[in-house]
Design a protein. Structure first.
Length: 344
């Protein structure tokens, strides 16, 4: 299959691209498009054959449900059986934006494979001009997981989608790099108090200032759960080819680790803030200015993917605190590292 990639920005006539994307989606095919978090791989959420093509292109296990994207807040009533007061508040304040709400799904409206047999569905209104234009032109809900091969870091640029899915999907809408750089917060509002199933750009603190107490299970609580509530979280994720190790954000510790690893014939890729650039290593990728979690979030997946273009045999990533969006960043890094920390 040929994969066409079209840029949309103010310099080109984007109308043709949107029209093509809408036609392809309406014909039951998949299209990759940018959101404010990461690129999504979309299909019309009411077309089961089309949605199945997402799972096939990604190599995604079919028991992992998809997020449904909508172009207006009002549409949520078409797909959701019951919207609590608390959910309404979240939508008022955080939509459009990086917050997915898990709510009871109306039976027989969305394609079966979207919900993977659950009685709930995750739904969000993205805050990105390209995603919103596409949704508003097609006037249908789009099921869209991140547009990566299953297990790889989510794509934050169209080229990442191409690297993973070229030949598997017909069309990519290229809207440039995404802003936030990691996936939305998934909040289950079918529980009281609501539970954060996946931390993201909308933090626990931000949610609590609007709806009161919210539960964010600790890492230990998550691993103890027999059936994870967000089925996707049980799979290996966000991982480059070489093994990843977390390390304290400490100049000396990092230097020492690199020396030890190189003495064992390793080729080391270091992912660390700009202030670590002077440290001798085989490959270095910046994850923003020291202390800026926003920059770290926005550059993380790009940096993890960049390691796959090198012959690094081991990857060291400096950790950050779990304050604010740090919770989401550390959640992704812990997964990329499979929980491994570098200790000598
Ligand atoms: O930012 C994002 O959320 C991106 C963009 C494209 O919107 N999408 C995304 O989708 O990250 P995906 O499929 O890669 O991740 C969806 C997560 C998975 O962990 C899945 O298990 C969980 O949300 N999820 C979806 N529906 C659910 C449901 N009904 N109950 C519990 N978890 C659900
Ligand atoms: Mg994903």
């Amino acid at each position: 299959m040929e994969t066409v990639c079209k840029i949309v920005d103010s310099n080109v006539n984007s109308q043709i691209t949107y029209a093509q994307a809408v036609d392809i989606l309406n014909a039951g095919e998949v299209v990759a498009f940018p959101t404010e978090t990461v690129y999504g791989l979309g299909a019309v959420a009411t077309n089961d054959e089309a949605v199945k093509k997402i799972f096939k292109a990604k190599g995604r296990p079919s028991d992992n449900p998809l997020i449904v994207h909508i172009g207006t807040k009002e549409e949520v009533h078409l797909y959701i059986e019951y919207i609590s007061e608390l959910a309404k508040k979240c939508m008022d304040v955080f939509w459009p934006g990086p917050l997915t709400l898990v709510m009871p799904v109306k039976p027989n409206v969305l394609a079966e494979s979207v919900t993977a047999g659950l009685k709930t569905v995750g739904i969000r209104m993205p805050d990105h001009p390209v995603a919103l234009a596409l949704l508003q032109q097609i006037q249908k809900p789009l099921a869209a997981p991140s547009a990566n091969r299953s297990g790889k870091p989510s794509p934050t640029e169209a080229i990442h989608v191409k690297d993973d899915l070229e030949g598997y999907i017909p069309y990519i809408v290229d809207g440039g790099p995404t802003g936030i750089g990691f996936e939305s917060t998934v909040l289950d509002v079918t529980h009281e108090p609501p539970v954060i199933l996946r931390p993201g750009g909308i933090t626990k603190e931000m949610l609590e200032s609007v709806i009161g107490p919210v539960i964010q299970p600790s890492k230990i609580e998550q691993t103890m759960e027999e059936t994870p509530k967000a089925p996707g979280m049980k799979y290996t994720h966000y991982a480059p080819n070489a093994p990843v190790y977390l390390i304290d954000c400490d100049d000396q510790k990092v230097q020492q680790a690199i020396q030890q690893l190189q003495a064992q014939q390793h080729k080391v890729a270091l992912l660390a803030p700009a202030s670590f650039e002077h440290i001798p290593t085989d490959f270095y990728f910046s994850i923003g200015q020291t202390g800026s979690k926003e920059e770290m979030g926005a550059s993380l997946y790009h940096a993890l993917r960049a390691c796959d273009k090198t012959d690094a045999t081991i990857i060291l990533v400096t950790a950050t605190s779990t304050e604010g969006v740090g919770a989401a960043i550390m959640n992704r890094l812990e997964k990329a590292a499979g929980g491994k920390w570098y200790t000598r």
